[in-house]
Design a protein around this ligand. Structure first.
Ligand code: UDX
Length: 499
């Protein structure tokens, strides 16, 4: 005979449905979230685009690694773009509409036809963890009686700066013109100085300038469809039962507190990549970390780093979406070479646009690079940032890269490109003071000076602050820390949703 508690144990665990936008910067943290849920012995269904699924199978061991968790399954759907579409730079924005028009209807059909993924082995979905950019999610969840947990892959500060759209508009602090995807050569707009301080975002007065607002505000017309879409997705957050942030109280406590006035439950559980590592060491070996690279990682750069002196290398990477013109590549290269520092640069295939894009580095510069620098197409970034030879990071300030750098204690030089990156870079330079922000410029002299300042002149001060911040965020995901506790609370909350 089985007792009530045995019966309880025999019931299938909660079943969490996760749906990220199909881009690298959203896939990474949401796949790590899935890994954490698997470690909590939950069932997980992960929606992935056909294109990303193919690339994961080709370049990573993610599928094999997840096969350790029988409760985990990928369900793959088309993203609506042709195979040869670049899915980067401006093209990445097209994903928002193609996902809405193609993926979402197929997803809804699958849910209804398969009775919300119920089977003999698993219950129908307990809750839907949806990427914050998926604006269909609140209606879908309300219509079907499913609890919605919104996942925000960027910072609370970015969320808050977008949430305050009506107040910014009323105070005439926006719009201010420019090109939202290209962070340089932005002119002052109808008398609004790019360096003017913004007053309508509580918690950021005194340091946030107009140029530090999310790049989506860099439009002439307030009805710009991308801006409208981003604002609409953020403003309906109060329809979610809870929000998960890949951030922590030590980095953004005050802003998280502001958010909590508008959202019922906020779980700040970041940095998620560190939380996974920490939870794994409790249960499994380090080798179990699952990577989600959509490009082949060139591991030869680790051998190259092994041969360099401690803290001597500046790592250069502009993430998965940024496009550079050949002129910009040359400004960065000259700045790096003139600084006399060693460097490792990730130059993603297809990341350079315009004339001579195929062959952006002239032969004579290639000669000068030899011995001093290494160019690769894609790197194992977390490993690189944690390598003892790395002393600085020239970054586009994507939130995953920023968090990985903070956790590794590596100071940054920020050259933001789009979206949240304009705001992240201001926090790096003015709030956490662990780097320099050179946004809205692209000049070899400025780049050279920033590198010299960070790697030589002010090296000790940047290193000290970065090391201290790394300790703080490592503490937050360790037993008793706020992100550690918030994760446990989130697990209990999801369990409470089981009917
Ligand atoms: C985008 C936005 O830029 C970012 O601000 C937002 O928060 C998420 O979506 P992306 O441009 O991809 O992201 O930048 P980032 O958030 O930094 O993510 C890039 C990821 O790719 C990081 O996790 C990084 O470790 C990884 N990466 C990058 C590699 O593994 N290897 C590389 O060579 C370069």
């Amino acid at each position: 005979m089985t007792s009530d508690s045995d019966q309880q144990n025999l019931r299938p665990p909660p079943h969490v449905l996760i749906f990220p936008m199909p881009v690298q910067g959203h896939l990474n943290p949401m796949l790590k979230l899935a890994h954490l849920l698997c470690l909590a012995e939950f069932h997980v269904t992960f929606i992935i685009s056909d294109s990303n699924h193919r690339r994961l199978l080709q370049h990573t061991t993610a599928s094999a690694a997840f096969s350790r968790y029988p409760g985990f399954q990928f369900r793959s759907l088309p993203d609506g773009l042709p195979d040869n579409h670049p899915r980067r730079g401006h093209g990445a924005m097209e994903l928002m509409s193609s996902v809405a028009n193609v993926t979402v209807p197929l997803f809804k059909k699958m849910m209804i036809q398969e009775n919300f993924l119920a089977s003999a082995a698993r219950r129908s979905i307990t809750c839907f963890v949806a990427d914050g950019l998926l604006s269909f999610a609140p209606d879908f969840c309300e219509e079907n009686g499913i609890p919605l947990i919104c996942f925000r892959p960027a910072t609370a500060s970015y969320f808050w700066a977008i949430y305050r759209f009506p107040q910014l508009l009323q105070a005439q602090e926006i719009p201010f013109g420019g090109d939202m995807n290209i962070s340089i050569f932005v002119k002052d707009f109808v008398g609004k100085s790019m360096d003017g301080l913004i007053e309508s975002i509580p918690g950021m007065e005194g340091f946030l300038r107009r140029r530090d607002l999310p790049g989506f505000y860099r439009v002439d017309d307030i009805n710009d469809p991308t801006l409208k879409g981003v604002v609409a997705a953020v403003r309906q957050i109060n329809r979610a039962q809870a929000v998960i942030l890949n951030s922590c109280e030590d980095l953004e406590g005050q802003i998280v507190a502001e958010m909590q006035n508008y959202v019922p439950r906020v779980f700040s559980i970041g940095p998620i990549h560190e939380q996974v590592k920490y939870r794994l060491t409790e249960k499994e070996a380090e080798s179990s970390i699952i990577t989600a690279s959509l490009w082949a990682e060139d591991r030869s750069c680790i051998d190259w780093l092994d041969a360099q002196p401690p803290k001597s290398v500046i790592y250069v990477s502009f993430g998965s979406l940024t496009l550079l013109t050949r002129e910009q590549v040359l400004e960065f290269l000259h700045g790096l070479l003139e600084s006399s520092q060693r460097f490792l640069w990730v130059m993603r295939p297809d990341s350079v646009t315009g004339s001579n894009a195929e062959d952006p580095v002239p032969a004579e510069l290639m000669e000068r690079i030899k011995g001093k620098g290494l160019l690769v197409e894609w790197a194992p970034q977390e490993k690189v940032l944690n390598h003892p030879a790395v002393g600085g990071f020239m970054t586009h300030s994507g939130w995953n890269s920023t968090l990985e750098s903070i956790a590794a204690g590596v100071p940054m030089i920020c050259w933001p490109y789009l979206g949240d990156q304009q705001t992240n870079s201001r926090f790096v330079s003015e709030v956490w003071k662990i780097g320099l922000d050179i946004k809205d410029t692209c000049d070899r002299k400025i780049i050279e000076k920033a590198i010299r300042d960070e790697m030589e002149v002010r090296k000790d001060e940047f290193m000290e602050r970065s090391t201290n911040l790394a300790k703080l965020v490592k503490r937050t995901i360790s037993k008793g820390g706020s992100s550690y506790n918030n994760w446990d609370d989130l697990i209990q909350y999801i369990k409470s949703l089981v009917i």
